[in-house]
Design a protein around this ligand. Sequence first.
Ligand code: HEM
Ligand code: NAG
Ligand code: NAG
Length: 325
Amino acid sequence: MARFHKHLNITLGIISWFLCFAISLSSALQVGFYTKSCPNAENIVRQVVQQQYKADRTVPAALLRMHFHDCFVRGCDASILIDSTSDNQAEKDAGANGSVRGYELIDKIKAALERACPQKVSCADIITLATRDAVYIAGGPNYNVPTGRRDGLISRASEVNLPGPRFTVLQAQQSFSARGLSLNDMVVLLGAGHTIGVAHCNFFKDRLSNFQGTGTPDRTMDKALVKKFSGLCGSNPNVNPSTFLDQNTSFVFDNEYYNQIRKNRGILQIDQELALDSLSAKLVSNLAANNNNFRQSFVKAIVKMGNIQQGNAGEIRENCRRINY
Ligand code: HEM
Ligand SMILES: *[C@@H]1O[C@H](CO)[C@@H](O)[C@H](O)[C@H]1NC(C)=O
Ligand SMILES: CC(=O)N[C@H]1CO[C@H](CO)[C@@H](O)[C@@H]1O
């Protein structure tokens, strides 16, 4: 018993040390970190995002998903941007990352920043700022982004450990809480991402027929949608079309996602489960009823997600796709 307590004490000691360390790291981030070193940094990011959005309305979805995938693996350190090399398979080439987009846009922003102030602005901050600007263009709230992140030195496909579309709400919650995010943060962030993006058939077509061996489609999916997607996804294994995760206001950053999943119009299994599982159903109905509540909760949750960090070692990458020599 004494031995058990000793172990427990050591474990608690390590955990609290780690928490202090994590808190002291995230408090190193501050709004306006580049005010002196690169006064125009945030304007430059915004201009490039606005310009690209005019050519491509899917930019907000691309950036928001990239931000999520970056922060969930090794913290928000731009490890997602690293290209694989002959001796390293990087995060972006892990299965879960197959459809993350927006790398060229980040390159463009980085090039503009390097012209204005070489070697000052981290790629990790670029992702975070660009996401903020894109969310705002899509109709979301504007908010202050703490900056001062450093770019990580490691990116490994084998470390990618993201929640999957067939997770239960409880499993997803565990994945979020391991990163310091609450169930409420999770419900808010999922709705924010999935109110503007798309999903490819491979992530949800198991719901369309013989769902989990039942011989029928997923009974929790609206019948008209089952029919629509059966046509869309078809039976040709060589094509993998996509559809909007919010089937109503697909390009608008609003709380409509929550109304849709309450009408059995969720696309991924996890989307639908969010509305049905007793863990999250109440949160979903509150968010569906109140767009302002959604917007305010989103700002808190995305800033919190942006503060996930794993260590303070790092650098300001010259090229977001490569560790500096
Ligand atoms: C349990 C958590 C989550 C799961 C299982 C999940 C899963 C997925 C899947 C499977 C897709 C479809 C990808 C494709 O077909 O290309 C997707 C799309 C997307 N997700 Fe999530 N996601 C989760 C949480 C989040 C969060 C927290 C965010 C951001 C705040 C987010 C943002 C997005 C966006 C923006 C898209 C659309 C991407 C695009 O249009 O290119 N997701 N998600
Ligand atoms: C789409 O959203 C509008 C409100 O923005 C709502 O009135 C309408 O019922 C929704 N349609 C569907 C099919 O959910
Ligand atoms: C687009 C892309 O990079 N896809 C990769 C996703 O991950 C799988 C598995 O590691 C690779 O085979 C794909 O090439």
